[in-house]
Structure formats: C-alpha cells, structure tokens
Design a protein around this ligand. Structure first.
Ligand SMILES: [Zn+2]
Length: 504
C-alpha cells in the first residue's frame, strides 16, 4: 500500500511535490542494502551529498541507546529502540537509501552544531520524502512494523444517490476515521508533532488500528477507504496546507496581503494546533515550534520575540486562555506556568496549555480606534543559542498606552475556577467588560493596559529598580463585549492615563 500510494502521489498529485534528490541534512543514516548485509551507517554531509530520505518523527529528547558519537553501527543492538530498527527496515524495503532521525542525526552534545541544525529543521522536514509517525503509545519500545488488529467494523460502500445522468454518489460506512484514530492517538498530543506534520510533504502513520498514508491531496488507509472528515486537530498535511505560505499562495496576493495571511496562519497554528499539546521538556515550548516560525519568517520578515512577531506585537499580545463554554474539552484546560523561566509573562510561550487569539475581530478594532492603540517603544530578547526562534533567557518590551484600574467582579460560571470574570468600574462598580486571568489568582483591584480601543492586558507590579522603573508582568486579558454597556466602557477609557511601562 505504501509503495503504491507513494507512486500515485509522485505521479498524479498536483498538490504534492515530486520525488527529487535534495541536499541531505548534515547527518543522515545510510540504511544499507535490503538484504541487511551491511549495517546502517551514519554519514556526514560535506555539503555535496544529494539524495532522498525518510524522516522518523520523534523528539530530540528521546533517549537513544547509542548516541551519535559512537556511530550507529550498533543500530540493531538490543539497546536500540525497536522503532528505530523498524524505520531502518522500512526505508530499505521502500528502496530508499537514507533515514533521518533527530535523536541520532543532530549532535546532541555539541550545542552550537545542535542549534545550527535545529535552525535548518524547516528544510529538513520539507525535503524528506515522507515522515514516519508511529502513533501508538508504546511504539518507541515495541516498534511499528507489526500486525494490526483488524478494524472493528468492516468498511462497506453504500449507494447514496444516482442523478438523471447516471452519476452515483456513495457513502462509506466505516469506523473509526483517520481523524479519530490518529487525532486522538497519544502521540498527536506531543508538541513536536505539530511542525513535523505541517512541514512534511507526506506522513506515513502507523496507528493502533492500521496504516495511513496522508499527503497534501489525500489520505489513504490500508483497508482501501479514504477521505477522513475534518473534525478537530489532526495531523494530515492536507489540513495544514493553509498554514504554509509557500502552499497557500496561489499567486495574486500582494506582499502586504501575504504578510497578513501568514500572520493569520501563524495565530491559527499556535492557538488551534500547537498550544494544547504537551511537551516532555519544558524548555522545548519555543524550540518545538521554531521550524514553523522559520517558515513564517520567510514571508513576515520581522523580529520574533519569544513567540510573538514584532511587526504585529499588539495583536500578538492579545492572546487569552480559553474560557468559552463552546470550547472543546482539550481547549478548556487551565494554563500552568513552569517553575523555571521560559518566556516573558506577555508571551503565550510562558505557559503550558491552550490559548486563543481573536484575530479578525482585533484587527478591525485596531484599525478603528487608533487613538487608544498602544505603541511599542522598544522590544528586546536574549536568546539562549543561535536559533533565532529558539529558547529565550529573557525578553522585555517598553510600551506606551492607556492604563486604568478596574475591580474584579464575579466569575461568569461560579463553579468554574477558570471561567472569565466581570470587571467593574472602581467608583460606581458598574459592569465594565470581561476578563480572563492567565492563572487562577484573583486580585481585587486590577491594572488594565489598553492595547486597542476595546481590549488589553491585565498587569501586576513587578519588582523594579532605578534602571528599570515601572515594570509589570502580565496576568490576564480583558475585552469589551456587546453584553456590556459601551458608554460605560468609553467613559472609563477616557479616565485612563497615558503611561510608559516596561513589561517582562
Ligand atoms: Zn500526494
């Protein structure tokens, strides 16, 4: 099935890339001949080595029995995870020569080389023939090339309608769908799988029930059925096309339109597909999305500060925790702040957990209420390595905007600690707007910084000194919504004072 699907994809799919030799990554595993007469070898690319390779989706932090420096000649030793051995066997069977696995092909002990290779990840993902994803929970130990249990309900094809010209429409009765099986698989909740799936041309998913081949044009299953419905976060390249500027640009868009579209794709990717995923190593929050950022940079071309694009900073700051009652279970989770510093409080990357942006709405507001739009006077971040989209050691912004006070009112859902709260005016205690706190601490008086005419962020005073006066951290988000009285909000807004503050 895999070979046929690949051939079909290479020859017949307009949306998919053809099979081409590309420059190999700095290191790749030459898997050796099909008969296994030679062990796999790790080869270093001196900059001239061309070829095609499969990519085993994994994580840099996966423990591998034998590290790179000692070579991979011992690939088939009992200490190596079965997934790795299976990936070598699969690569050989498909007639491919090279395999790329981050845990082996990125120098783990040479930080500079590691950062450099990570900064090329977007190309490494994009250039691979396909990415192998072993989607069942114990795949690392048990491998993925084993017999799968048959689907519990055999698929069947039913005639749905026939028009006057004899065209027939069928429905396929089958369970479960790709979205269900692959989307709900434990591995799909891993943060690293997001960019791996967005940037891959094709993915070969070894799921718990069967094998799926997904490319930009279709999804094929080993049982012959196809076409999953889109019902939530999933990992098919077809669904991620809209997040890739190089794929959604069909021509006809101006440079500024492209930038807007790419920013929109960025916010969608981060809020809908990335932040709900979990990471094993807390420090990976930014690195696990750095290849996606590198891709967006090709169009946006602006500075990237701890997960936010400087060119669209005001919108980038207006993220918030999910509180909507319509939100799905995976969205309605509290945010957690890791103990060790990872990102400034104003970045979504400071937290673990799903966030959202109200992008289109915010953009309209920014345009319509220019008098209240905040201005970024200065922004800076210190990177931990050479990857400009990677880990940060610290970051701060100096922002000039309207600052006011409000009183925290009741929760919208009294029994839900994480529900949004009402803000009230300090004098007459009139309902003012709605707010969400990033984590559940409830100060009575809240400092509000308007970022545009209708929305802003909630602040808390941070320790400051003479060199860095007026320093604050972000603790939440507030927004005016139509269930409140606009004249009360507008009146409150006029009482806010223009201030210049530093946010960390
Ligand atoms: Zn295809």
């Amino acid at each position: 099935m895999v070979q046929d699907s690949l051939l079909d994809c290479f020859s017949n799919h307009k949306s998919c890339s053809p099979l081409e030799s590309t420059l190999l990554p700095s290191f790749a595993i030459n898997v050796g001949p099909l008969d296994g007469s030679r062990e796999p070898l790790l080869v270093e690319n001196d900059g001239t080595l061309l070829g095609s390779y499969l990519l085993l989706g994994w994580s840099s932090n996966t423990t591998v029995g034998e590290k790179l420096q000692r070579g991979v000649e011992k690939m088939f030793s009992p200490r190596q995870p079965q997934t790795l051995k299976d990936a070598v066997i699969l690569t050989r069977r498909l007639g491919q020569q090279y395999l790329w696995v981050d845990a082996l092909c990125i120098l783990q002990d040479d930080n500079e080389a590691k950062q450099e290779e990570i900064s090329r990840m977007s190309q490494i993902y994009k250039n691979s023939v396909f990415t192998i994803q072993a989607a069942s929970s114990n795949a690392v130990a048990q491998g993925f090339l084993h017999t799968r249990k048959a689907p519990s309900i055999p698929p069947c094809k039913l005639l749905f309608s026939r028009d006057t010209e004899g065209h027939e429409t069928y429905v396929y009765a089958r369970l479960p769908t790709y979205t269900k099986v692959v989307g709900d698989a434990p591995t799909n909740s891993r943060a690293w799988i997001f960019q791996e799936s967005v940037l891959a041309s094709r993915v070969l998913v070894y799921a718990s029930d069967q094998v799926y081949f997904a490319c930009r044009q279709s999804v094929k299953r080993v049982d012959g059925m196809w076409g999953p419905s889109y019902g939530g976060p999933t990992i098919s390249p077809r669904h991620y096309r809209n997040l890739r500027p190089d794929l959604f640009n069909q021509g006809g868009l101006s440079a500024s339109e492209m930038r807007e579209e790419t920013l929109a794709a960025w916010y969608t990717g981060i809020s809908l597909f990335y932040t709900y995923r979990s990471i094993t190593d807390s420090r990976d929050r930014l690195p696990a999305v750095s290849a996606f950022a590198a891709e967006a940079y090709m169009v946006i071309g602006a500075r990237y500060l701890a997960g936010i694009w400087e060119v669209d900073m005001i919108n980038g700051l207006l993220w918030r925790r999910h509180t909507s009652p319509q939100a799905k279970a995976w969205q309605r989770r509290p945010l957690n702040k890791p103990e060790a510093y990872r990102a400034p409080s104003w970045s979504w990357a400071a937290y673990d957990g799903p966030i959202s942006f109200s992008l289109q709405w915010q953009r309209a507001i920014v345009k319509e209420n220019s008098a209240y739009n905040a201005k970024i006077l200065h922004a800076a971040s210190t990177l931990s390595g050479s990857d400009m989209y990677g880990e940060v050691l610290d970051a701060s912004i100096i922002i000039k905007g309207y600052l006011g006070l409000a009183v925290a009112g009741a929760r919208d859902c009294p029994n839900n600690t994480y529900s949004s709260i009402m803000l009230k005016t300090t004098d007459a205690q009139q309902p003012l707007c709605r707010a969400t706190l990033d984590i559940d601490h409830q100060p009575i008086m809240l400092i509000c910084l308007l970022l545009n005419g209708r929305a802003g962020i909630l602040l808390k005073v941070a320790p400051s000194n003479e060199e860095t006066p007026d320093t604050y951290t972000r603790i939440g988000h507030f927004t005016f919504v139509s269930s409140f009285k606009l004249d009360v909000f507008e009146d409150w807004r006029t009482k806010c004072e223009v201030r210049t503050v530093r946010l960390i």
